[in-house]
Design a protein around this ligand. Structure first.
Ligand SMILES: NC(=O)C1=CN([C@@H]2O[C@H](COP(=O)(O)OP(=O)(O)OC[C@H]3O[C@@H](n4cnc5c(N)ncnc54)[C@H](OP(=O)(O)O)[C@@H]3O)[C@@H](O)[C@H]2O)C=CC1
Ligand SMILES: N[C@@H](CCO)C(=O)O
Length: 430
């Protein structure tokens, strides 16, 4: 057996306590697999007196995560506090500067400061591992950095926020409005401390930006992600999408094109019978398309104590085995700056309009679409609701630019009673 690998764990919440439990439960198994013991030297959290779901009394307690990061009896600093600034960032930087490797589940930190941190880690001869940061228990980071190292990746897409998927599937299965299910998700403890990170698509966009960097050898470019959340999705949209054989998912897509790096995270319609359409509750799915392997589909729990701690442990075991992978799969200095590009790939679109009940209203809408070069594939008018006529249109494939132009022109018709909802219909072969 080699010398033990000594951990300092900062953050004893859902994920931190999950990690402590695995280390306590599987001590022998882990030693056998790593060829060394994994020991916890010290832990840190805000409130020492808090009742925790695991016994941490056998570890040194440190109030200040910075003190923990600098300790001599720590080889690996495990950051499970969260947040892209403040103590989490400072402690990670200090840990690297004082010669520790870092394991973290903090997608916000990596999406916002991944490049600087990767450069700092390399300067110090250290590594940062973050399997848990994207899609919880799904081993997508190792799949991309290690298993697919011999491939050129062309596209990544997926459902990467369990809370949004829970809200959307629950709205459909229970027939409940967005606001009711949002409150339910809050009561169940699913939402991030700032719920906007989840429902605004930001958390999922952080994850997509991290995956793009690994896939395309580019610096993490969170600013380049086109982001739209799920707040404006109504139960009507969900029912009407279902009528036409679709489900609505908060879908992330990233691909490198001749114009630059397209990254978008937005609610899309996907075929209800596709694996993405079938995804229920908090489950995540990541689809990777690459030249040699073809298409890979990874599916599993995207959050929660066990799955997330499982991913954190995989990083700790990797370091204990002395496997050292560059932070984003290649040296930080070789990552290029991607030119951000707006999505231009044509797609069919779903449009939900509330029209004033006037003669010629539909004709005016059809004329705007026609003038924008958009052809209508399917159209349905539903029963009048308080003097307006709900109309649903599915277009033939068209460009995002044409749709934006048409949406901007529609108010000029004088027949639009409410802001139109437009959703892309994503072709998914998986
Ligand atoms: N929960 C999940 O399913 C997933 C979480 N993640 C990521 O994992 C990380 C941790 O998440 P999670 O466990 O859910 O978060 P929690 O809110 O459950 O836990 C956060 C922990 O950090 C401690 N903490 C907060 N501020 C400080 C501070 N200033 N000094 C010391 N300790 C502090 C808290 O202390 P105290 O307990 O005393 O309040 C708590 O123990 C985040 O980056 C999150 O995004 C990633 C994937 C899934
Ligand atoms: N808030 C995140 C947690 C896991 O990253 C989600 O719902 O997916």
């Amino acid at each position: 057996m080699s010398a033990p690998i000594r951990l300092g764990i900062a953050g004893l919440g859902t994920v931190g306590i999950g990690v402590v439990k695995i280390i306590q439960k599987h001590a022998e198994l882990l030693s056998a697999r790593c060829g060394c013991e994994i020991v916890i030297s010290a832990v840190s959290a805000r409130d020492r007196r808090k009742n925790r779901d695991a016994d941490v009394s056998g570890y040194a307690w440190v109030d200040d995560p910075l003190e923990l990061a600098a300790r001599d009896d720590v080889d690996v600093f495990v950051e499970l506090i969260g947040g892209d600034h403040g103590v989490a960032r400072e402690a990670v930087e200090l840990a690297l500067k004082t010669g520790k490797d870092v394991v973290t589940a903090n997608k916000a930190l990596l999406a916002m400061h991944g490049q600087e941190l990767a450069e700092l880690a390399e300067e110090q001869g250290r590594v940062i591992r973050f399997e848990a940061a994207v899609a919880g228990g799904i081993p997508v980071i190792k799949t991309m950095t290690e298993s697919l190292a011999g491939n050129r990746i062309s596209r990544i897409m997926g459902v990467m926020n369990g809370t949004c998927n829970y809200i959307l599937t629950r709205m459909e299965s229970a027939g409940l409005p967005y606001e009711t299910v949002f409150d339910e998700a809050r009561r169940l403890g699913y939402l991030e401390a700032d719920p906007q990170l989840d429902v605004g698509g930001i958390d999922a966009a952080h994850k997509l930006a991290i995956l793009s960097s690994i896939a395309f050898g580019t610096r993490v470019a969170f600013d380049g992600v086109e982001i739209e959340g799920i707040e404006r999705i109504s139960i009507d949209d969900i029912h009407r999408a279902a009528d036409m054989g679709y489900r609505i998912k908060l879908l992330g897509v990233a691909q490198m094109t001749a114009r630059g790096l397209e990254q978008r995270m937005s609610p899309c319609l996907v075929p209800a019978d596709s694996p993405l359409g079938q995804l229920q509750g908090g489950t995540n799915m990541v689809v990777i398309e690459a030249d040699s392997v073809g298409q890979l589909v990874l599916r599993g729990a995207g959050a929660g104590e066990g799955p997330t701690a499982s991913a954190v442990m995989s990083d700790i075991v990797e370091l204990a085995r002395k496997v050292r992978v560059p932070v984003f799969g290649q040296p930080a200095g070789s990552l290029t700056r991607a030119q951000p590009a707006r999505t231009a790939v044509p797609a069919a679109y779903y449009l939900r309009l509330a029209l004033l009940d006037k003669p010629g209203a539909l004709a005016k809408v059809a004329a705007v679409l026609g003038d924008a070069g958009i052809s209508i594939h399917r159209m349905r008018q539903y029963d009048h609701q308080g003097g307006t006529a709900p109309v649903l249109i599915v277009t033939h494939k068209t460009t995002p630019e044409a749709i934006d132009h048409a949406i901007a022109e529609l108010p000029r018709t004088g027949v639009i009673a409410a802001e139109p909802v437009e959703l892309r219909i994503e072709e998914v072969q998986s």
